[in-house]
Design a binder for this molecule. Structure first.
Ligand SMILES: C[S@@+](CC[C@H](N)C(=O)[O-])C[C@H]1O[C@@H](n2cnc3c(N)ncnc32)[C@H](O)[C@@H]1O
Length: 193
């Protein structure tokens, strides 16, 4: 169980030991470049970890909700965010309801954190939480990986996973990734049909 990344304890121990190779340490540059071109609305940040992005979304006019099922990650994120700490909630992404229906789900290192057996549920839940015309946008780890996390994928696999409910509308490689994702990180936007 301790090695099963579907379990909160798997992540809790990593936050406790500060073994967080996925943590960017700040808001990723590609998000800061992308935000000015977007109309603000309600954004969900699932599996938010340190939740640096809450401040960036807030400054750009978005109503942000960040969720993580690691209690320690939530406590640490709230402490760092100060008055914006109330935008971070302890909870399970798969138990969220579509209230409000979201305009955007921001993805970074969440899908690749989940065992592949959970990916169809991820796709279903993203589709359920988003408004028609909303988008699932962010960083996707496109690399063949025998083990994980991070569990890599391919654009073809993502198309098979998301294609029934989403249309791919943006696609570009990410420069300046942190080492664990280096050379395999892509910014993708999937529009909810
Ligand atoms: C690899 S970390 C990424 C954290 C953050 N997105 C980032 O970019 O630094 C994956 C995060 O997803 C969280 N997580 C995994 N499954 C979850 C679930 N079902 N509900 C909420 N959070 C979850 C973990 O606790 C962990 O913080």
């Amino acid at each position: 169980m301790a090695q099963d990344s579907s379990q909160a304890g798997f992540w809790e121990s990593r936050y406790r030991d500060r073994t967080m190779p996925w943590d960017a340490g700040s808001v990723p540059a590609a998000l800061l470049q992308w935000l000015p071109g977007q109309a603000p609305g309600h954004v969900l940040i699932p599996g938010c970890g340190s939740a640096y992005e809450v401040a960036a979304f807030h400054e750009a006019g978005w109503d942000a909700l960040a969720v993580d099922f690691s209690e320690l990650a939530v406590v640490q994120a709230k402490a760092k965010l100060g008055t914006l700490g109330d935008r971070v909630q302890y909870g399970d992404f798969f138990a969220l309801s579509a209230q409000p229906p979201y305009d955007l789900i921001y993805e970074r290192a969440f899908l690749c954190a989940l065992p592949r057996r959970m990916w169809a549920d991820y796709a279903r839940q993203c589709a359920a939480l988003l408004k028609p015309g909303g988008s699932l946008s962010g960083f996707f780890f496109l690399k063949e990986t025998p083990n994980g996390p991070p569990f890599g994928t391919s654009e073809a696999e993502l198309q098979a996973l998301l294609g029934a409910a989403f249309e791919l509308t943006e696609r570009r490689p990410v420069a300046a990734s942190i080492p664990v994702f280096d050379g395999a990180e892509w910014w993708l936007s999937w529009r909810r049909c």
